[in-house]
Design a protein around this ligand. Structure first.
Ligand code: ADP
Ligand code: ZN
Length: 724
């Protein structure tokens, strides 16, 4: 009798499943998480389908499933989602599955932590160390052994000694609860009339438990978070799970506290910096339905929720939702897909929706829920342009006299000011005054960024860096190097000279040691221990700085001129968001845009606070050019260790594109970032009509086209966000 066979998907870079025999006594169903031999290794994998007609000739060569793991099976809903994402993004299914299986390695049962308690009389012999330990335990409660050793500043042997003498006892610590339940009625807010209407709309649709997308569209500070918390509360009351996606999980310290203030406990977190132990614990809590609310980065979309009832995508326009390595997927779009497969509501939140979501709302595909004004009647910041052609800063400086005056006044009034510049380091370029030599990366087509805090010249695209030399490596001239252009570190120098009594702080992702360090710096700002914040886009997102009233954008044009079809949209969103940090509490915030082109539609729309004008012109331009969401795009990036191989392959690939009148194949062209990490890069851009299955087209093309070999690599990006 031939044994049953199942097809198993393994989390490696493969699309196909492998067949394994089912051991006689095993009861295996699709979705079960199993261990299977794969080459020399054992891997954790998932039964994907029953195989009714295994090839009899192969049957004896098949290996057995080794073991079924004691975790809940992956639901059909998640398996369909994995298939869907892989199919749409042209990623290997195994790689997509891998995101769902990031439960940490087999860690075995949780280690039981031991605790100590004071139970008996004082010991015969007293030492200072024993004294400190007994003092620390004087409350008679059970303390973690290592915690109390640390607290008393003693070694574990001191504890063991006192246990032997009967002064202390050791007992196992009770297990930590993985995910205490949020209380939906813990601290419900008093909503304003507008907020009430919006919250009712949200809870009504959330309660229906059907697939539905709402765009929660409200200016910065209007209380979007408070409002979607009502939908979260509704779902929690119904005993279902909620996923809240955040673009930048490192920045959510404040959010976790806010959640705790509303629901009594913090939610479960999911992101790449969790320890393996926490990862395993959270994964299990999600899969068993114990964790009711998860706050996570995009990868949290792939968790095995037992009973997901709502997905919220906060700051839905944020480009950090696009994953650019491994499987290229957009977490906002995939959240909508997951919602439709699971038949649950999805809430997208933004003060400046993506053009895609805006169009969907205009066409009625998404329900628009509006919060028209700031909570508490606060005004939106007043925005002015500073024309750098007429009132620019002195040579070699970057803060214009008008902006400097305004900052001075703000600081004198004990308010905070934020100088925003989306550039890390001290200067984006260093050159030799004597010979003109420019410092560039040895393996990338990029200038080296001068980082003074770290005292190095650094490449932003790879890990290359070098100390800033005293002499020019080309002409040997000494002290001839000059920094060109500003980064946040240089701005701090300028601010310190202009405002010698102000306390400044630079916030930039490269200067942050850890999420914890970041959260504590943000707290310092929120508590008002800083006068002038100088930051990159890290500061634009989601924080509430009560005393911040002035935002100066040092180079408002920075993101505009780079040939990216989304440049205008991004600049509008980013500047709106960063200026939206101002005046959230007091309500008379101001924003200044230093720009060379005050007549640009983005600047005009910001200054006039005319969001509609911006969307109208942007939507029209997209429609005319057949750019998303009116057409579809994919990019193919071909790279190789040498330029001719990359170019040659790109040409062959382009000429193999199947003809279809609904598709345009543009290129190949050398990528704007022509070399990264020693790899030469060419791009092909594929454009199609909106109602066209571009993924299918690409799959056929790649299958029939030339095959990558040697060190030639092809990366496919459907719905690209980056054009570099
Ligand atoms: P958004 O997410 O739209 O930027 P938030 O939800 O962060 O707005 O709200 C802005 C500020 O107003 C926060 O400090 C928030 O606590 C406060 N707030 C909003 N709505 C209320 C409310 N109904 N009651 C009390 N505080 C509120
Ligand atoms: Zn480099």
């Amino acid at each position: 009798m031939a044994r049953r066979v199942v097809d198993v998907l393994v989390p490696v870079a493969l699309n196909q499943t492998y067949s394994y025999r089912v051991p006689d006594d095993a009861d295996l169903k699709p979705g079960d998480v199993v261990c299977v031999p794969l080459g020399p290794r054992e891997v954790t994998a998932v039964v994907w389908a029953e195989n009714d007609k295994p090839d009899p000739r192969l049957h004896n060569r098949l290996k057995d499933v080794s073991e079924k793991l004691d975790v809940p099976p992956l639901k059909a809903e998640l398996r369909s989602f994995v298939d869907w994402v892989a199919n749409y993004t042209l990623s290997a299914r195994g790689m997509v599955l891998r995101m769902a299986l990031r439960m940490g390695e087999h860690l075995g049962p949780e280690r039981v932590r031991m605790g100590v308690r004071l139970i008996g009389d004082q010991p015969q012999r007293m030492t200072p160390a024993r004294r400190r330990l007994i003092d620390a335990l004087s409350d008679g409660l059970l303390h973690g052994k290592s915690d109390v050793a640390k607290e008393a500043g003693i070694s574990a042997s001191v504890i063991d000694g006192l246990v032997d003498e009967g002064t202390l006892s050791t007992e196992p610590m009770p297990r930590e609860i993985a995910a205490p339940a949020p209380d939906p009625s813990f601290a419900a807010p008093d909503l304003s009339a507008d907020q009430k209407i919006a919250a009712d709309a949200m809870t009504t649709t959330a309660a229906k438990g059907e697939f539905h997308v709402a765009l929660l569209d409200g200016v910065t500070g209007s209380g979007k978070t408070e409002v979607y918390f009502e939908a979260v509360a509704e779902i929690v009351r119904r005993g279902k799970q909620v996923l809240i996606l955040m673009p930048e999980i490192a920045l959510t310290g404040q959010f976790l506290d806010r959640f705790a203030a509303r629901f009594g406990v913090k939610p479960i977190e999911w992101h790449s910096e969790l320890t393996p132990r926490t990862r395993a614990r959270n994964w299990t809590a999600v899969s068993e339905g114990i964790a009711q609310v998860v706050v996570g980065a995009r990868s949290a979309l792939f968790l095995p929720y037992s009973n997901l009832g709502l997905i919220v995508v906060d700051e839905e326009h944020d480009q950090a939702y696009k994953q650019e390595d491994g499987a290229h997927y957009h977490a906002r779009d995939m959240a909508v897909v997951r919602g439709s497969i699971a038949r649950i509501p999805v809430v997208l939140c933004s003060a400046t929706p993506s053009v895609e979501s805006e169009v969907n709302a205009r066409k009625g595909r998404y329900q628009r829920v509006v919060l028209p004004s700031r909570f508490g009647g606060q005004h939106m910041p007043q925005i002015e342009a500073i024309d750098l052609r007429h009132e620019g800063p002195p040579k070699g400086k970057f803060i214009s006299p008008r902006l400097a005056d305004e900052i001075r006044t703000a600081v004198e009034r004990k308010e905070q000011a934020l100088l925003f510049l989306n550039r890390r380091g001290y200067a984006p370029l260093t050159l030799c005054r004597a010979c003109g030599h420019r410092f560039s990366c040895t393996i990338c087509d990029a200038w080296l960024v001068d980082h003074r805090f770290r005292k190095r010249l650094v490449c932003n695209h790879c890990s290359f860096s070098m100390p800033r030399p005293h002499a020019c490596p080309q002409c040997a001239a000494e002290d001839s190097l000059v920094a060109i252009g500003p980064g946040v570190e240089r701005l701090q120098e300028e601010a310190a000279a202009l405002f010698p009594n102000a306390r400044t702080m630079v916030l930039s992702s490269d200067l942050i040691a850890s999420i914890e360090a970041m959260r504590s710096e943000l707290n310092e700002i929120a508590e008002g221990r800083v006068d002038i914040i100088i930051g990159t886009q890290l500061v634009a997102k989601g924080h509430n700085f009560p005393r911040l009233n002035l935002v100066g954008v040092v180079d408002a044009d920075l993101g505009l001129g780079n040939g990216d079809p989304r440049a205008a949209e991004r600049t509008f969103q980013l500047l709106n968001q960063v200026i939206g940090r101002a005046g959230r509490e007091k309500g008379f915030g101001v924003g200044y845009l230093q720009t060379h082109q005050p007549e640009h539609p983005v600047m005009k729309a910001l200054v006039a606070a005319d969001r509609e004008a911006f969307y109208a012109s942007e939507i029209e331009a997209r429609e005319r050019a057949m750019y998303p969401p009116f057409g579809r795009l994919a990019s193919l990036v071909i790279s190789a260790g040498d330029r001719p191989s990359a170019e040659g392959f790109a040409r062959k690939l382009a000429s193999a594109a199947p003809f279809d009148e609904r598709v345009q194949v543009l290129g190949p062209a050398e990528a704007p970032l022509a070399v990264i990490k020693g790899r030469y890069r060419f791009r092909i851009l594929v454009k199609s009509a909106r109602n066209f299955d571009l993924s299918e087209y690409l799959r056929d093309w790649i299958a029939a086209g030339p095959k990558t070999k040697g060190n030639i690599r092809l990366e496919i990006d459907v719905d690209p966000q980056s054009f570099l």
